[in-house]
Design a protein around this ligand. Structure first.
Ligand SMILES: [Cu+2]
Length: 334
């Protein structure tokens, strides 16, 4: 108990300097907040990738089919109730089979499913066929925060909800948390969405995200990108997206993962190529990555030398690095 009350105060000491660094290196700047839930909203968040556009179109198309089928069935039921009720139809016919009707109600649903499949399978392939990827980011779900690694540049960092115990809060919106949000360029509305650091990626670029979990199953998602992937310990899954628009996009862990499941949001900042490169240089410096020139030269060597084996080696390396970061004390106290 004692530890619990002392810990936030203790952590505030550190988060102060973290916040300063964040101001320089993780600027929200004039980035608009695009991918966020809205109060009372029942529709989708604005689609910011081709996958999200296609998913939302598919949803609309299937909704039309479902509506038509529902209306048709309700009409049939109505006819049966009113026309063939006991009052109007005293002596029902005694037949139990009608071959043409049976063929129709077997073929009809098959055709509808084939029609839907013809549109949904291409969307599924669009999601699941992972392109080469110009930027690769590995994300690891922890109880209860996300870690991000940029394996091409050998650095990584953790991303905590602003107001979580790791930032000196207790998952509640206090004046201190309001100040922290403001300092990071967010408003009160972004509480429980905004994180201390964010995954930063360039706009109009194929981004491949490797997703795994360190303790239990989590799930990484950005609704506006139309992507969601379970983060399963011991497995490395992939997703990809190409964001159309610069901005801030939020998601939340989508696999019930423990008591603080609701407090491990996801923030992705999509920035211009120049801003991304500036951030990358800052992040390499800040998090001790391999300087860009060196890492590029190294990459060149590897490609010449070994070919396909590199990716596997890099993944194993990444896995080991991820495993080292055991959840720290404040998370367990939570
Ligand atoms: Cu989780």
């Amino acid at each position: 108990m004692r530890l619990r009350t002392l810990m936030p105060a203790f952590l505030t000491l550190f988060s102060g300097s973290a916040a300063l660094a964040q101001e320089e290196g993780n600027p929200i700047g004039e980035l608009p907040i695009i991918g966020a839930p809205s109060d009372g909203g029942i529709g989708f968040q604005p689609a910011s990738t081709s996958i999200a556009h296609d998913l939302q179109w598919l949803d609309g198309m299937v909704l039309i089919i479902i509506t038509a089928i529902t209306l048709f069935i309700v009409a049939l039921l109505g006819i049966v109730i009113f026309r063939y009720g006991e009052k109007r139809n005293k002596t029902p016919k005694g037949f139990t089979h009608n071959t043409p009707l049976e063929i129709a109600w077997t073929l009809g649903p098959i055709l509808i499913l084939v029609f839907i499949g013809a549109f949904s399978l291409p969307v599924l392939f669009e999601e699941q066929v992972i392109p080469e990827g110009e930027v690769t980011v590995k994300t690891t779900g922890y109880q209860w925060y996300w870690g991000y690694e940029y394996p091409d540049h050998d650095f990584g960092f953790d991303s905590y909800m602003i107001g979580s115990p790791a930032t000196g809060g207790d998952n509640r919106l206090t004046d201190e948390v309001r100040a922290q949000l403001q300092e990071a360029g967010y408003s009160e509305d972004e509480f429980k969405l905004a994180t201390t650091t964010a995954m930063v990626v360039p706009v109009d670029t194929d981004i491949v995200v490797q997703v795994t979990g360190a303790d239990v199953i989590h799930s990484w998602t950005i609704p506006a990108f139309g992507v969601k992937q379970d983060a399963v310990p011991g497995r490395l899954a992939e997703l990809w997206f190409r964001a159309d628009e610069e901005g801030v996009y939020f998601g939340q862990c989508s696999e019930l993962c423990g008591i603080a499941h609701a407090y491990m949001p996801i923030t992705v900042k999509v920035v211009s190529q120049e801003e991304y490169e500036a951030w990358l240089d800052w992040a390499i410096e800040e998090y001790g990555g391999t300087p860009r020139d060196a890492s590029m030269a190294q990459q060149g060597d590897e490609t010449e030398g070994q070919g396909d084996g590199d990716d596997a080696a890099r993944l194993v390396e990444g896995e080991a690095a991820g495993g080292d970061e055991a959840p720290s004390g404040e998370d367990q106290a939570n």
